[in-house]
Design a protein around this ligand. Structure first.
Ligand code: AMP
Length: 216
């Protein structure tokens, strides 16, 4: 299949299912998926030059300054693994970041997984991740073996920013800044909206139906 959709951005509040649906899209299109949050968390873990500074933003759920996040994400996206395209989650998070991204890559479509703050809060409490960024949920998407990632076998834990005040802060920032991107991409004719509150498998089916129709 000749793929017309090579670079897809995933938008949606925290807990909207970007990571899970990103994996579905990536598999279907044979493209690599990448998450800005995961790039930042790995940079923190590697304890490199900006590790402490990054941590000071990520831990409480604040946006990392553009001067750091833009260079880390664009550098990652220029790696050979993304030469055929990418499914990108968590970037851009502001209109400025979108404008910068447009200068480096042409984005084909932007999928927005639409959910309410109430639903986002419900999903974030109980969310489990592994070090590689695979996501599970105690109730809605439990791993087969308790405490272990089905995809890579690594232990699961609760992210520091998936607790208490950090959740509320991240959602507020999303509504204030990131949601402005919906208008930006709508104007560019790239926005596709999915109802993210329905069961995960139904949304995946809807996304795959869309890809079947438009990617070929
Ligand atoms: P996420 O895994 O997408 O929820 O991102 C986790 C955290 O990484 C966010 O709460 C921010 O602190 C930081 N982050 C991720 N993407 C960006 C971005 N595009 N701009 C600024 N900060 C970001």
């Amino acid at each position: 299949m000749k793929n017309k959709l090579k670079r897809i951005i995933l938008l949606g509040p925290q807990g909207s299912g970007k990571s899970i649906q990103g994996a579905v899209i990536a598999k279907f299109l044979g493209l690599a998926e990448v998450s800005a949050g995961q790039i930042l968390r790995l940079a923190i873990m590697k304890k490199g030059r900006f590790s402490r500074e990054l941590k000071a933003y990520v831990r409480p759920g604040l946006l990392v300054p553009d001067r750091l996040v833009i260079s880390l994400v664009t550098k990652e996206l220029k790696k050979p693994v993304y030469k055929n395209g990418f499914i990108l989650d968590g970037f851009p998070r502001s209109v400025h970041q979108a404008e910068v991204l447009d200068k480096h890559f042409s984005v084909d479509k932007v999928f927005n997984l639409d959910i309410s703050d109430q639903e986002a809060r419900r999903r974030l409490s109980g969310r489990l991740v592994c070090r590689r960024g695979h996501i599970w949920h105690i109730i809605h998407q439990p791993p087969k073996k308790k405490g272990v990632c089905d995809r890579c076998g690594l232990p699961l834990f609760v992210r520091e920013d998936d607790r208490g005040e950090a959740i509320a802060r991240r959602l507020a920032i999303y509504r204030k800044k990131t949601s402005k991107l919906l208008k930006y991409y709508k104007t560019e004719g790239k926005l596709v909206v999915f109802d993210g509150e329905r069961p995960i498998k139904k949304i995946s089916r809807e996304i795959v139906a869309y890809l079947n129709k438009y990617a070929g």
